[in-house]
Design a binder for this molecule. Structure first.
Ligand code: DC
Length: 217
């Protein structure tokens, strides 16, 4: 049987983690899991039900999150892939991602996806907390301005949002995600840093594929 590994991709907001993770998974025929989408789905549940960070703890059993093969995200059977990307959710997600019982539940589900290996997962704590034993760990970074510009170009297609708002949200989430008490965003000591400020998607993919090859041998 061909050897399969776990690939953990962490980094700041909008560094291109999910684009790289998704294409890597396609190339390798691995499962791709967007762990940020899970925290976003929980946040959407809270927002829709008017629950604050304390209240949601009593409702975690009512939340079920799943993905289909194409990576669409479902919250209690409803496809929420578009809705969770909106600024309304981006502005609240770091608040809910800092809550211990929520992280506990998400990490359990995420570890389940890694049972048979052959998974690429991106997030903030994948290499440090979810899969500390992952065979390949990447940590992605890029300048905040470049990240905001890329994100703004995507968002402006279907949202009324300014570049300044996107930049502020990115800086704000970086700060909150890095300073929270539980599993903050950190580079795992054995993670390889990829700064993609000036790299194309294709260059990044080729570089990552070489790293996978090394990890497999
Ligand atoms: O990857 P993303 O930007 O969609 O993630 C949304 C938020 O979810 C991010 O600001 C922090 C949180 N998150 C987290 O705390 N841990 C993860 N493994 C993934 C995301």
């Amino acid at each position: 049987m061909t050897k399969k590994i776990i690939i953990a991709i962490d980094g700041h907001a909008s560094t291109g983690k999910s684009t790289l993770a998704k294409t890597l998974a396609q190339q390798l025929n691995y499962v791709y899991i967007d762990s940020g989408a899970m925290y976003r789905a929980v946040t959407l549940f809270a927002v829709k039900n008017n629950l604050n960070a304390e209240q949601i703890i009593d409702h975690l059993d009512e939340i079920s999150i799943s993905f289909d093969v194409s990576g669409q995200v479902f919250l209690n059977e409803e496809n929420v892939s578009e809705e969770i990307r909106g600024m309304r959710i981006s502005e609240r997600v770091s608040e809910f991602a800092a809550i211990a019982p929520i992280r506990h539940k998400m990490i359990q589900i995420q570890q389940g996806y890694g049972k048979d290996k052959g998974v690429v997962m991106d997030g903030r704590d994948i290499g440090t907390a979810v899969f500390p034993e992952a065979e390949l760990k990447l940590f992605m970074s890029a300048s905040p301005e470049i990240r905001a510009k890329r994100r703004f170009e995507e968002l402006k297609l279907n949202q009324d949002v300014s570049y300044e708002e996107v930049l502020k949200n990115i800086l704000d989430r970086d700060e909150k995600d890095s300073s929270r008490k539980i599993n903050p965003l950190r580079k795992a000591t054995d993670a390889l840093v990829i700064d993609n400020s000036h790299q194309s998607k294709e260059e990044m993919l080729q570089y990552a594929l070489k790293l996978v090859e090394k990890a497999l041998n």
